[in-house]
Design a protein around this ligand. Structure first.
Ligand code: BG6
Length: 490
């Protein structure tokens, strides 16, 4: 059955930072794809705003170049491109100044449309822009504000940011993007858990041995070194993407699919995480930095060479987390993420407990515990690993095989980028895949003490060679519990 494509309501998307990297790589391509799929109504407009001076024509040229660079050639349809570019406008605006806002107001007119303000700018501007939008009469109840990390660097700064934005927009109007929530497999996790009767009875500490969440990247920090050195793997990836994935695995079934029902359940998980402090930081965490080694492009520099100065920022973090509630007591959640690792591979592995009693003889082989592997990237798939009898003669020999649902093989068509879904959910006013204020703050409330404990105990920053699966300490973290990381082999 093909889905029926229904255009969203008429809207204006105003992208502050309209000539920046995010607009170029992600936002414009995402909206182009949705235009091609027939989801943008005729009236939809996109307004790029930034300090530099450009005409509409120059901005359209900028967008066309970006699309030709970031959309694969075979997905460029010249008719769509023409239609899409005609939707674009540009406004030169210094957001720290009082001038220019009236022009934006004039451009927006007084038509009854949804206005989505996407702040693809530094977080220091979130407050000032929100304030200016309200002050210049550019907002109403149909306006939305879209912001993205870094949403603070600790609990205090996150609260301050939320307060600044919250002074001008209601929480129902604020869309905090975590692009991992827009990924197909991540949404599929909700479908698997709550649209099948099969998994839920097993989804607890009676049947699950442990969970692993890995987001491994082969890229280094490249030209983002300045930002990255202040963030590190913990703020860049763990506080948001990995913790959101953990929440979706661990949350209780919500009463319904409403945004707040789901976010209430995620919040409870965040609040149930066992604290990591000076007493257990040594046994529960590993932080490390890559040294020169191999990347997909050949020999690559170490982090400090890329950065050009000393730093103890971690480019790799592994954490053993525990969700202290009835369902998950005793089930560790092993999280790890790093730059310059052996493979680009993100996955969630649910490892079930072994069978309680062996009935097959030695020759059959030992049953391997079942695993459900949700692969987010590069090749999206869901695999349920089970034991079967190796077919053919030879008696009972057990074989470990996947019930494999690789998306590319099962479904036709391209796999949409996370931003496509998220950008239009903003227009639809659907906040399910966006982080609520209290969720962001609860995540920081768990992360902050880990930083404190690292400082307090002088927790070492280990090293690993670029192109490997991280430092030996990470292997030790999980092997101490007689378990092993799933290094992409399943
Ligand atoms: C971003 C981080 O949020 O996610 C980057 O800032 C990281 O450092 C990126 O590379 C990974 O996203 P994806 O979708 O490529 O896995």
């Amino acid at each position: 059955m093909t889905a029926q494509i229904i255009p969203v309501d008429p809207f204006d998307y105003i992208i502050f930072g309209g000539t920046g990297d995010l607009a170029k790589r992600k936002l414009l391509p995402a909206l182009y794809h949705r235009d091609h799929d027939g989801q943008l109504p005729d009236e939809a407009r996109l307004i790029g705003a930034s300090r530099s001076k450009h005409s509409d024509k120059a901005y359209r040229k900028f967008a066309e170049d970006a699309l030709r660079e970031f959309v694969p050639d075979d997905q460029i349809d010249e008719d769509t491109l023409k239609r899409f570019l005609a939707r674009l406008h540009y406004l030169s605006l210094d957001v720290t100044d009082d001038d220019g806002w009236d022009e934006l107001k004039k451009l927006l007119g007084d038509e009854d449309r949804i206005r989505a303000f996407y702040l693809a700018v530094g977080p220091n501007l979130f407050g000032p822009i929100s304030e200016a939008l309200e002050k210049h009469g550019l907002t109403d109840t149909r306006s939305r504000l879209v912001i993205e990390k870094p949403l603070g660097r600790d609990l205090e700064s996150a609260q301050a940011l939320n307060r600044e934005v919250g002074a001008h927009f209601d929480e129902e109007q604020v869309f905090r993007i975590d692009h991992y929530l827009g990924k197909e497999t991540v949404q599929n996790l909700l479908a698997l858990r709550f649209a099948n009767a099969l998994f839920e009875p097993l989804w607890n500490n009676a049947h699950i041995d442990h969970v692993q969440i890995t987001v491994a990247e082969t890229v280094g920090v490249g030209d983002r070194a300045e930002y990255y050195d202040k963030a590190g793997a913990m703020r860049d990836m763990v506080q948001n993407h990995l913790m959101q994935l953990l929440c979706l695995v661990a949350m209780e079934p919500p009463a319904n699919g409403d945004a707040d029902s789901i976010r209430d359940e995620k919040l409870k998980v965040l609040r149930s995480l066992a604290p990591i402090d000076a007493d257990n930081v040594g046994s529960s965490t590993v932080r490390a930095q890559y040294r020169a080694g191999a990347g997909p492009e050949g020999k690559v520099d170490g982090y400090l060479d890329e950065l050009g100065h000393e730093s103890d920022t971690a480019t790799f973090v592994a954490i053993k987390a525990e969700v202290e509630n009835w369902r998950w007591s005793g089930v560790p959640f092993y999280l790890r993420t790093g730059k310059r690792m052996a493979e680009r591979m993100s996955e969630i592995v649910i490892s079930f407990k072994p069978v309680p009693h062996a009935i097959f003889g030695k020759d059959a082989g030992t049953p391997i515990s079942n695993q459900l592997v949700l692969r987010l990237q590069p090749d999206e798939s869901v695999k349920q690993w089970i034991m079967i009898k190796d077919p053919g003669p030879g008696g009972m020999r057990l074989k470990h095989v996947p019930l494999d649902m690789s998306f590319a093989q099962t479904f036709d068509g391209r796999s949409p980028d996370a931003y496509e879904r998220l950008l239009l959910d903003v227009i639809r006013g659907n906040q399910t895949l966006f982080m609520r204020r209290d969720e962001v703050e609860a995540a920081w409330a768990w992360i902050d003490p880990i930083f404190d404990a690292w400082d307090e105990t002088n927790h070492p920053v280990a090293t690993y060679t670029a192109g490997t699966w991280g430092p030996s300490q990470s292997i030790a973290l999980i092997e101490r519990d007689s378990r092993t990381w799933n290094d992409g082999t399943r």
